[in-house]
Ligand binder design. Structure first.
Ligand code: AVJ
Length: 326
């Protein structure tokens, strides 16, 4: 049995199924119907997101990886010689390799705790990164996973938290601040956070990235209805919905919606609910907020951190921001 097995939480399947059912029911009975973006990542959804990261129009992941690759040693030089790395939303850990490899030159023994909702992604992450680190996967929510790591922490050992890929952009701005404050309260002064955030850029470029001409993002979005059908015994006809990406200027975010092409009624047997859609009505499935580089300083200060350094990619404006807990 791998050493990591003891760190996994054995959440019974029906508990997460019940959470999914309750979340879907609540979201679809709101006046603006919505489905939380965390539900996009079932097995097929995670594979489709992985495909998105290879799209020529979607430069975000490549920018993130490029910054980490090009500045790994600089970043490491600014950190205390830390042996414990936690990653919020690791996915398969593809972006993390260069950081762990750089860290490995200073530290023989790196303990790496990837936290993710996808068990599939975590297994791949463990397989691929165990040659360079001691991998302890946690299939939990970010803050629950953080609590587990903190429990086992040896005193005096600084933590490095990685929150890459602009996942922070999925939070409404006030929720992002609340989340970062909660994260800060799990940390000690001197701990570090490496935060990746996508920057504001031309709306045309963003719309191309979130509504790509080959339709991969549309498939990623529509798969959410497929997942509801599979897991909640729903009868969504995916052909009767259309993927929509909009730039919301006042909130500086891309919103993804699924727009009903016709007036229709859908039933979800497992939730015991029927939902009516007017023609043109939408389900809001994701918000992807974009930031100004200065905003990182304000956010850090409001949440009990100091910005140590920042790196910006020029091909696809994206910032890697290194924060220290004060
Ligand atoms: C993984 C949340 C950063 O918001 O850009 C990609 C997800 N959605 N295309 C993003 C996503 C549509 C992505 N994040």
């Amino acid at each position: 049995m791998p050493a990591s097995a003891s760190f996994k939480t054995n959440t019974p399947l029906d508990e997460s199924a019940a959470e999914f059912a309750a979340g879907v029911r609540a979201g679809l009975t709101k006046p603006q119907k919505e489905l939380h973006s965390k539900y996009l990542y079932d097995e097929l959804g995670s594979a489709l997101f992985e495909a998105i990261t290879h799209l020529p129009e979607y430069g975000l992941t490549r920018a993130d990886e490029r910054l980490l690759r090009e500045h790994a040693y600089e970043i490491m030089d600014l950190l205390p010689a830390t042996g414990v790395v936690v990653e919020l939303g690791s996915g398969t850990g593809r972006k993390t390799r260069s950081i762990l490899a750089a860290l490995g030159r200073r530290r023989r023994h790196i303990r790496y705790f990837p936290i993710d909702v996808s068990g599939e992604a975590l297994s791949r992450c463990e397989r691929e990164l165990s040659p360079i680190a001691d991998v302890h996967p946690l299939q939990q929510s970010y803050l629950d996973g953080m609590a587990r790591v903190v429990e086992q922490r040896v005193s005096g050992e600084p933590l490095l938290v990685l929150f890459l890929g602009s996942t922070i952009g999925n939070f409404e701005r006030p929720c992002a601040l609340a989340f970062l404050r909660d994260l800060r309260s799990a940390l000690r002064p001197g701990d570090s956070l490496l935060l990746g955030a996508d920057l504001v850029k031309e709306p045309e470029r963003l719309l191309d990235a979130y509504d790509d001409p080959s339709g991969v993002t549309a498939a990623f979005n529509l798969n959410l209805l497929g997942r509801v059908n599979r897991e909640l015994d729903g009868d969504f006809d995916l052909r009767k919905f259309q993927h929509l990406a909009r730039w919301n200027e006042s909130h500086r975010r891309i919103e993804m919606h699924l727009r009903s092409r016709v007036s229709q009624t859908v039933s979800l047997a497992a939730c015991d609910v029927t939902v009516h859609f007017h023609a043109g009505e939408t389900i809001w499935t994701e918000s992807s907020h974009k930031f100004f580089p200065d905003e990182m300083h304000q956010m850090a200060e409001m949440c009990g951190f100091r910005v140590e350094a920042q790196w910006v990619d020029r091909q696809w404006p994206f910032v890697e921001s290194l924060w220290t807990a004060v």
